[in-house]
Design a protein around this ligand. Structure first.
Ligand SMILES: [Fe+2]
Length: 242
């Protein structure tokens, strides 16, 4: 598996708080079958050098400790009116320098500002991967937003924790619907620590394989993430619209 959303870089955000914890998270990921991970610390402004340095530090530590996890650079970008400019200036990173930025939004909003931001990002030539849409109140209240964002060209990343019910019933049902209806492109851990919200992906692999199909699990957890980090096109999927 390849995990496209993780807060494994130590000391940058509310994720790993030390190098030791980052290494524990890497071991958990590897033990569950993850072979590569994109480090995606929360960013909305220029943190390029900080993120780049932390990735180098963790890559060296993984090699020294013989932990077979490939680490790629990315960010979980909090979408604002400045997102396009900062992406163009190289101050915000997409996932492994691809055309695919991982973009999150506030949990409570109307959805209108988010639609405008996503439209600008697409017009600038990027293909946004919307982080955990199932966790946003306004998306659950009005899933028509998902139809609209999909028609615009957005991709969707669903959290493992949402599918497993860690964020309550609403996000669990919405996450299930996004996967079952063919809207989800990727399922990722959004791991924040080695104890709670860990990068363990074995359970969600089983869940998707049983509930939908082993092929769906392969696309969501391996093939689509590979295409994204290689900056390749994704197979077109016609979802079952909301
Ligand atoms: Fe995250």
């Amino acid at each position: 598996m390849i995990d496209l959303h993780s807060h494994i870089l130590p000391g940058l955000d509310d994720g790993a708080q030390s190098l030791a914890e980052a290494l524990d998270m890497a071991r958990i990921a590897v033990d569950s079958g993850v072979r590569a991970m994109v480090a995606t610390p929360h960013c909305m402004e220029d943190r390029a050098i900080e993120v780049w340095s932390a990735v180098q530090l963790l890559r060296n530590a993984l090699e020294e400790m013989n932990i077979p996890l490939r680490l790629f650079m990315g960010m979980e970008i909090f979408g604002t009116d400045d997102t396009v400019r900062l992406l163009r200036e190289g101050k915000l990173f997409t996932l492994n320098n691809s055309r695919y930025p991982l973009i999150e939004f506030s949990f409570r909003s109307s959805g209108d500002a988010e639609t405008d931001i996503l439209r600008d990002v697409i017009r600038a030539g990027y293909r946004p991967l919307v982080a955990h849409p199932e966790r946003y109140d306004y998306v659950r209240e009005d899933p028509e937003l998902i139809n609209e964002w999909k028609r615009m060209g957005c991709l969707f990343q669903v959290n493992r924790g949402s599918l497993m019910g860690r964020f309550g019933n609403g996000p669990r049902q919405m996450a299930g619907a996004l996967v079952e209806r063919g809207f989800a492109t990727v399922v990722a851990s959004d791991a924040h620590s080695a104890r709670m919200r860990t990068p363990w992906m074995g359970d969600v692999l089983e869940l998707i394989a049983e509930r939908i199909s082993p092929t769906a699990a392969e696309f969501l957890l391996l093939r689509n993430p590979v295409s994204i980090i290689k900056n390749e096109d994704l197979p077109p999927v016609e979802p079952e619209w909301f």
